[in-house]
Design a protein around this ligand. Structure first.
Ligand SMILES: [Zn+2]
Length: 520
């Protein structure tokens, strides 16, 4: 193998201990930091001039969905819509540009942003589109809105029994077109099959977006068989330029997939989904919702979780479990303790709770005692704060606990859950530090005692994600011998006024020693 040497110079680096800024030059050999030098390169040495950008360890998004982000670029985006009518107009506009489609797909709608705030039915949607199936996914991917044509093609009627963990909404003895959680699978056959080539195109599209946001690594939260094959093919063609730590979804895991580590792609964990989301009232709560007579949907209960955890640990897989409601979080802790009692819990299992949004205070000690990691998306808090007040009432005291988690010595890590949210780690850091929307509302931040400081927030998106993926000894910091994954920014984030985080510009992204995005 040829030795690949890269030299990055004119870099500002903030010392971790004393906060002093020093000019450095970094020598990278085969993707690893070989030397950090405080003198400029000697005459004649070829180097990349970084224009005095500030160097920080590469941002990592600990929870995102690459295929969906890429695919969204070729579907209708309803995230900015302010009403049902607005959404239907947007779909119509899109369809006029894409007349060859056999099925209109899209998503991002959120009735919380609509004047009515009520979940739509498909009456108006079906009038506008009588002959082509229209399938629109809710922003949190926990419900779809389908027109009559789509419902007919899927052969769903009021007698259809929804699968476990799903719901078909019915009004006046008619299917409304809203399918919740597992019931979304009923519409699958109407959607044209995705090919590996489609998925590869989408991943590359998402890669471009993520690299431009300074992201060097993605934890892809639940990939299926096609996505797995697409990644392997991209690695083979040398087109994967962002590091990927993938979680197999339950189906791929149960079908059987080997632990994989090929260049920038690694798979050694499984993603399970134990409840739904708060917006669609699918998150499993111990007591009923404050604004509806339900306590949500438990998709995987304690027993099922226990069996899956055991199976995964036997195969040396890490387990990352989507758990939002306080009940889902508690059931997962119970399941981990059950496995512990049966003596099949490996010491260094690093089981992750993905989201960990609502947790009873009495469960915090147990999370710490069982070495469970809370994988958090701070941006969910600033998007959902007012909706959470409606859903939870006084239980907002148990919601989005970040400072409390750290005080309880629980390991945390950060992500965005893109494309549900914007993938920008700077927005995530802003959310973690200010608990304000991007327009700085509310003034003092929502439940401000849970704010983190800038260092803690940056750690969430760098060092802590390295721990969450068993890489703390090889990345997450700028040290000799560590992986050369960096993000270059235009300001010193560590001594910045915290209201200015969103003004920072990404100047460059280096993955495996290569400059894969640059704004200079
Ligand atoms: Zn997710």
């Amino acid at each position: 193998m040829n030795t690949n040497i890269k030299v990055y110079s004119n870099l500002n680096f903030v010392n971790n201990n004393d906060g002093q800024v020093k000019q450095i030059t970094i020598y990278v050999k085969n993707g690893i930091i070989d030397e950090i030098s405080y003198t400029p390169p000697e005459n004649g040495v070829e180097f990349i001039d970084c224009n005095n950008a500030f160097l920080i360890p590469g941002f990592v998004d600990g929870h995102g969905h690459m295929t969906h982000l890429g695919k969204n670029q070729s579907e209708v985006d309803l995230s900015s819509c302010k009403s049902e009518e607005d959404a239907i107009d947007k779909i119509d506009e899109f369809y006029k540009q894409n007349k060859s489609l056999k099925c209109i797909l899209g998503g991002g709608w959120n009735q919380e942003n609509w004047e009515t705030k009520s979940i739509p039915n498909n009456k108006k949607l079906s009038l506008k589109f009588p002959d082509i199936p229209v399938i629109m996914t809710r922003v949190d991917a926990h419900a779809v809105w389908v027109n009559k044509k789509g419902i007919e093609l899927a052969e769903i009627d009021t007698n259809t029994i929804p699968p476990d963990g799903g719901e078909i909404l019915i009004e006046d003895n008619q299917v409304t077109g809203i399918l919740v959680d597992k019931a979304q699978s009923l519409i699958k056959n109407v959607i044209p099959n995705e090919t590996i080539e489609d998925v590869k195109t989408w991943i590359l599209e998402a890669q471009k977006i993520c690299l431009s946001q300074g992201i060097t690594e993605i934890h892809d939260a639940g990939i299926n068989d096609i996505q797995y094959k697409a990644y392997l093919s991209l690695v083979k063609e040398d087109k994967l330029k962002i590091r990927v730590y993938a979680m197999a979804n339950q189906e791929l895991f149960e079908k059987g997939v080997d632990i994989t580590n090929k260049n920038l792609f690694e798979l050694r964990s499984v993603k399970l989904v134990s409840d739904g989301a708060l917006g669609s009232r699918g998150a499993a709560l111990i007591e009923n919702y404050s604004d509806y007579d339900t306590n949500g949907i438990m998709i995987l209960d304690r027993n099922k979780l226990k069996n899956l955890l055991k199976k995964a640990f036997n195969q040396n897989f890490q387990v990352c479990v989507h758990a939002i409601g306080d009940k889902a979080n508690r059931e997962l802790i119970n399941a981990v303790e059950d496995v512990k009692e049966s003596k099949s819990l490996p010491y260094d299992h690093r089981t992750r709770i993905e989201h960990a949004q609502i947790i009873k205070k009495t469960d915090l000690k147990r999370i710490f005692n069982n070495n469970i990691i809370a994988s958090i998306q701070p941006v969910h808090c600033i998007s959902d704060m007012y909706m959470a007040e409606d859903r939870l009432g006084s239980r907002t005291d148990d919601a989005y606990l970040w400072s409390t988690l750290l005080q309880n010595k629980i390991k945390i890590m950060g992500g965005s859950d893109f494309p549900v949210e914007d993938c920008s780690p700077l927005i995530g850091i802003h959310a973690a530090v200010n608990r304000q929307k991007t327009n700085y509302i509310p003034v003092d931040g929502w439940n401000p005692k849970e704010k983190l400081n800038i260092k803690e927030a940056v750690n969430m998106f760098t060092k802590d994600t390295a721990f969450g993926s068993f890489k703390e000894n090889i990345k997450g910091e700028v040290l000799e011998g560590y992986m050369a994954d960096f993000t270059l920014i235009d300001q010193n984030i560590f001594n910045l006024d915290q209201s200015k985080i969103l003004d920072i510009k990404i100047m460059g992204t280096v993955v495996d020693g290569d400059l894969v995005y640059s704004a200079f």
